[in-house]
Design a protein around this ligand. Structure first.
Ligand SMILES: *[C@@H]1O[C@H](CO)[C@@H](O)[C@H](O)[C@H]1NC(C)=O
Ligand SMILES: *[C@@H]1O[C@H](CO)[C@@H](O)[C@H](O)[C@H]1NC(C)=O
Ligand SMILES: *[C@@H]1O[C@H](CO)[C@@H](O)[C@H](O)[C@H]1NC(C)=O
Ligand SMILES: *[C@@H]1O[C@H](CO)[C@@H](O)[C@H](O)[C@H]1NC(C)=O
Ligand SMILES: *[C@@H]1O[C@H](CO)[C@@H](O)[C@H](O)[C@H]1NC(C)=O
Length: 658
């Protein structure tokens, strides 16, 4: 007992003397990133100091053929192609020669106690582990320990198609570094044969400042395939790749033991301290082994219950949301709803897109700047956009849902971005619903199809608001952005205005002065105050349901005169007062020719009316809307058109029970 106490106090002594204060420089990972089963302070991340966020730089060695353009690298590291191009004095279309060191500007910020830059990665092959993702794909810009700590999947749960959160290591300068004139910290990947002094030389900084930044001393060993921080007074030079091509003579990484290695102190007077440290480390190892099983057990428990974003809204019977892992079927997300991509985005060559679209010929134009393309025998839609659209790419690369149009790849050429989407054979919903366009399709959508479409769109929005990570608001939902595939299943498209739900707390939502959108679909609080909440999608969706029911446009009548009427306003007149049944029949799309169950049409009109409520707080959440539509859909499946007369009598009863 006494020995334990003395060892513990010794340990305390050693630990307190090495605690970094908040203004300390960062600790070098020292090859500990190879030892994924143990967590070391240096592998969790760089410790935050007084600056909460800053611009920072990462280096990445281009790989062929995957990550060898500014767009593909920015896609992997969540940066911006134009910024990478500028930082390296290249154009954003130019492929970069393999194994060239590229500097990548990123925003670095504190997340808990550590500095990091977030990105995400979809596993591609079954053999990938947290270690290969950290070391091989991300080139030691993250560690397996940080990946394990920030993902809820255990090592054994990793399968191809799974999307993992990747915290990249970065740091902001400390007060001491700022006082010395340093403005940025660059995270450099150490290659074979490099030393602190050769790296300092590449960047034109003094060796001591590099050593200090990493808490190293001049006789410390640095290992290749580890990240090293380099403090910079100016932006990094544009062509660092040419500076580094040294011979292969640096030490290979030695095997790692939990006792650690690479201790910098080597002079004799430290021998005693070394012995003490050795004893302490042994004790730590023993304790670690002892606690390992407890820790493991606890961690396994904490993996299973995943967070449902707003579970409180779904409490129907026994069908409660308990898990959002992709393999689990839960009632709130239709089982086919989530479909993780096996492949991640393809970066296309411009010539291939030219050939696939017949040089963007008029014949292949679907509408606006969207073209039909034939890629390896499959149809795809190619949308041409001006400038940088990395935000849309970044949203869609994370999202995978059957009812959201899938982005399969992209291409950047001469400042334009070409987004390649899955192809929707039947164009958009508004082509099918509205009279002027209807002639194009001699066929009208049936009741069954309309209910399915509404259900699909609700499924997509429910996913977007509650299950996507991070949750998003579409902001531009309308029948023109609902595409229909060969089986008339809906796919929500056009994420150009979408944004992350920034505050899910009580009322603290974003405001904007820049109100953009489509007349008839924008809710009053957005038009009047620029308030952005998920309820703006609910409003727009209510309008889409009304279009499905009535076949009318969101705004009808005289567009510039006084006769203009919003569908969202008409519905209250229909559902209030006397003769609801007659008024509803009159409201319904004549092309349905009375082949619909009036009671279900009534339920659908009711939920749509609640969606388009003026008051944002009286609108239901999308999860509630989705649940109601699921019920309507299952009743529609039971519905026999010949029973129609009988069923329609129950409308008044429904309204009485509500
Ligand atoms: C490791 O980090 C923890 C919390 O940040 C700190 O309390 C501890 O002293 C650190 N240990 C060392 C050896 O720096
Ligand atoms: C950038 O590249 C251009 C053309 O390749 C070259 O003329 C120019 O000197 C380069 N700029 C720098 C700062 O290296
Ligand atoms: C960092 O964030 C700012 C503001 O959000 C943005 O303008 C800038 O482009 C970002 N930088 C990078 C490298 O993404
Ligand atoms: C990065 O990810 C972490 C963990 O998911 C999160 O807490 C943090 O807010 C994210 N940071 C930014 C800037 O998005
Ligand atoms: C880390 O990744 C590099 C580059 O892919 C590879 O050469 C090296 O062998 C990897 N290290 C280990 C320990 O697998």
């Amino acid at each position: 007992m006494a020995t334990t106490i003395s060892i513990l106090s010794l340990l305390l002594l050693v630990v307190t003397s090495t605690i970094p204060n908040s203004e300390a420089q960062q600790e070098y990972v020292n090859n500990k990133q190879l030892d994924c089963d143990n967590v070391y302070n240096s592998t969790k991340g760089n410790i935050c100091n007084s600056i909460p966020s800053c611009t920072s730089y990462l280096t990445f060695k281009s790989t062929s053929p995957e990550y060898n353009t500014p767009s593909s690298i920015s896609y992997l590291l969540n940066s911006t192609p134009s910024l990478i191009a500028t930082a390296n004095n290249i154009t954003d279309v130019q492929p970069i020669a393999a194994a060239t060191t590229v500097t990548v500007p990123v925003n670095c910020s504190c997340s808990g106690p550590y500095y990091q830059h977030n990105t995400s990665y979809t596993l591609k092959t079954p053999g990938e582990t947290y270690f290969t993702v950290a070391n091989n794909t991300y080139q030691a810009l993250t560690t397996c320990q940080a990946l394990i700590a920030q993902n809820r999947y255990g090592e054994r749960d990793l399968t191809a198609g799974l999307n993992v959160h990747v915290p990249l290591r970065c740091a902001c300068p400390t007060q001491k570094q700022r006082d010395a004139g340093f403005k940025y910290l660059l995270t450099y990947l150490v290659s074979r044969g490099e030393s602190a002094s050769s790296i300092a030389e590449i960047f034109g900084v003094d060796e001591q400042s590099v050593l200090d930044a990493n808490e190293l001393s001049s006789d410390s060993v640095i290992f290749y395939f580890t990240p090293l921080l380099v403090p910079l007074k100016t932006e990094p030079p544009v062509n660092i790749q040419r500076a580094a091509s040294p011979p292969e003579n640096s030490p290979p990484p030695p095997p790692v033991t939990p006792a650690g290695n690479g201790d910098s102190g080597s002079s004799k007077k430290w021998v005693i301290v070394g012995v003490v440290v050795g004893v302490v480390v042994l004790v730590i190892v023993a304790l670690a082994l002892f606690f390992l099983c407890f820790y493991r057990r606890r961690r396994e428990q904490s993996f299973s219950p995943a967070k449902p974003a707003s579970a409180s809204t779904i409490t129907e019977g026994t069908n409660k949301v308990s898990d959002t892992t992709p393999t689990t079927q839960s009632w709130s997300i239709s089982s086919e709803g989530i479909r993780y991509a096996i492949e991640s985005l393809t970066v296309y060559k411009f010539e291939d897109l030219q050939n696939a679209t017949g040089f963007f010929s008029e014949d292949n134009r679907i509408k606006g700047s969207v073209y039909r393309a034939s890629l390896k025998g499959d149809f795809a839609a190619v949308k041409v956009l001006k400038g940088d659209v990395s935000s849309e790419i970044n949203i869609l690369k994370r999202i995978n849902h059957t009812n959201i149009i899938r982005l399969s790849g992209f291409c950047v050429h001469k400042g334009d971005t070409y987004l390649v989407y899955e192809f929707a054979e039947n164009d958009s919903l508004d082509d099918w619903l509205h009279t002027e366009k209807k002639y194009k399709n001699s066929m009208a959508l049936s009741w069954m199809q309309r209910v399915q479409i509404a259900h699909d769109v609700a499924d997509a929005l429910n996913y977007l608001h509650n299950y996507a990570s991070p949750p998003h608001i579409h902001k531009n939902l309308k029948s023109g952005n609902v595409l229909l595939d060969g089986n008339f299943r809906a796919k929500v498209s056009n994420f150009g205005l979408a944004r992350v739900v920034e505050d899910k707390g009580d009322g603290g939502f974003q405001l904007t002065r820049h109100v953009v959108g489509t007349q008839g679909y924008m809710p009053p609080e957005y038009i009047e105050n620029g308030l952005i909440t998920p309820k703006m999608d609910v409003f727009a969706f209510g309008v889409v349901i009304l279009e499905l029911l009535s076949g009318q446009e969101a705004i009808s009548g005289d567009k510039n005169g006084s006769g203009e009427q919003m569908l969202s306003a008409i519905v209250s007149e229909v559902l209030e007062g006397e003769n609801v049944r007659e008024k509803l029949r009159g409201f319904m799309d004549p092309t349905l020719r009375d082949e619909y169950p009036l009671d279900l049409a009534y339920s659908m009109a009711e939920i749509a009316k609640r969606c388009v409520a003026r008051d944002v707080n009286s609108r239901p959440n999308i999860s509630e809307v989705f649940m109601t539509l699921s019920k309507i859909q299952s009743s529609t499946l039971d519905w026999d058109p010949s029973d129609e007369l009988e069923r329609s009598r129950s409308v008044s009863q429904i309204s009485a029970t509500r």
